[in-house]
Design a protein around this ligand. Structure first.
Ligand code: TPP
Ligand code: MG
Length: 368
């Protein structure tokens, strides 16, 4: 061994993992939920005051519609109306609504994972077409052949609904490449869960996107859990926003319980993508209330933990702030909720009454 190397102390060595390991960041402390709620309300109020009332109403409506739609999905799933897997989004509504209301629907794209019902509706696919798709009916947005995990609509720039964890990160990067190649001014929002960040595709895609300056916003919905594994047990560096540094990319942490904060951060990232052709990574920290899918017994966390997050519920927080800002009164809230409830019932009725695809449709639009 050369003399120089022999002199190097073990703790100085770049190969000594103990010396170099970065401590995982304890990303959530449920006990701080209430303090966070009050802090959030203050900053949310400031953004609400700068936002148009019609847009605020649309955002609240979409969040409530998403919540009621998903609660109804759980009911009809248990009645055996929906086959296959079904992953609910309850608790995460502020992410889809905050981010997708920031896009230009005429030219931007959205691509997501399998927890996709609410994102699809905010992107413009009707609740009827989504519910019918879950029922496997011919009137669904994919003619009943995609089901819950594979919602899709070219007309709405909604490119799935993907069941392979992280698969959509590569496809989304390709969509942004196409937008840049065509120079059409479009931007892609690419959503994925925090468990997808450990996949190679995340790192390969971010590297390319920064290198080729692609107009994409990577939105990591960090709901803290994969199927049943908590982030803290599975990721060496749990501060996902910082991973953007590895690629020289802009990275930011966003509170996913705050719809206005999500919208604000997404608007800025879209601007960066559209005007400077630069990608961004947003780590949006949120929480899912339901199991991973409808068949999850949920043994990996406590009821108390869920209840603590529900104190910071994104819909409650938004309603509280809107009320305090004097935007809506109780009767207006009631009307918005009734409108959403009615629409969900219409969607269920539509799905119930719709026919299943006919036999001659069996092999059309199917790629194997
Ligand atoms: C490549 C791949 N590996 C494993 C699975 C099985 N699987 C389905 S969902 C999931 C967890 C993903 O969690 P996350 O990305 O955090 O999204 P979330 O479900 O929390 O929205 C796993 C491991 C899969 N579908 N694809
Ligand atoms: Mg997750």
């Amino acid at each position: 061994m050369p003399k120089e190397a022999a002199k190097t102390k073990r703790s100085d060595s770049p190969f000594n993992h103990k010396a170099r390991a970065i401590e995982p960041v304890d990303v959530f402390d449920p006990d701080e939920a209430q303090a966070e709620y009050l802090k959030r309300k203050k900053s949310q109020l400031a953004l609400i005051k700068k936002t148009d009332k019609a847009l605020l109403e649309e955002m609240l409506y979409q969040m409530i519609l998403g919540r009621i739609f998903e609660e109804r999905c759980a009911e009809v799933y248990r009645l055996g109306k929906i086959g296959g897997f079904c992953h609910l989004y309850i608790g995460q509504e502020a992410v889809a609504v905050g981010a997708i209301t920031a896009i230009d629907k005429k030219r931007d794209y959205v691509i997501v994972a399998y927890r996709d019902h609410v994102q699809a509706m905010v992107a413009g696919i009707s609740p009827e077409a989504v519910m019918a798709e879950l029922y496997g009916k011919a009137t669904g947005c994919v003619k009943g052949k995609g089901g819950s995990m594979h919602l899709f609509s070219k007309e709405h720039g909604f490119f799935g609904g993907h069941g392979i964890v992280g698969g959509q990160i590569g496809v989304g990067t390709g969509l942004a490449f196409a937008q840049k190649y065509r120079n059409d001014g479009g931007v892609t929002l690419c959503f994925f869960g925090e468990a997808a960040v450990n996949q190679g595709i995340f790192h390969e895609s971010l590297n390319m996107a920064q290198l080729w300056k692609l107009p994409i916003v990577y939105i990591c919905e960090n709901n803290q859990y994969g199927m049943g594994t908590s982030l803290k047990r599975a990721m060496s560096l749990a501060n996902i926003a910082r991973k953007a540094d590895s690629y020289g990319m802009y990275g930011e942490f966003v509170d996913g319980m705050d719809v206005m904060a999500v919208r604000q951060a997404t608007m800025k990232a879209i601007e960066r993508a559209r005007n400077e052709s630069l990608p961004s990574l947003l780590e949006v920290r949120c929480y899912r209330y339901m199991g991973h899918s409808m068949s999850d017994p949920g043994k990996y966390r406590t009821v108390e933990e869920i209840k603590k997050y529900q104190q910071r519920d994104p819909i409650l927080l938004f309603k509280d702030s809107l009320k305090e800002a004097g935007v809506f009164d109780d009767s207006e809230f009631e009307q918005i909720e009734q409108r959403a409830r009615k629409r969900v019932e219409e969607a269920v009725e539509f799905a119930e009454k719709s026919p299943f695809p006919s036999e001659d449709e069996l092999l059309t639009d199917v790629l194997v």
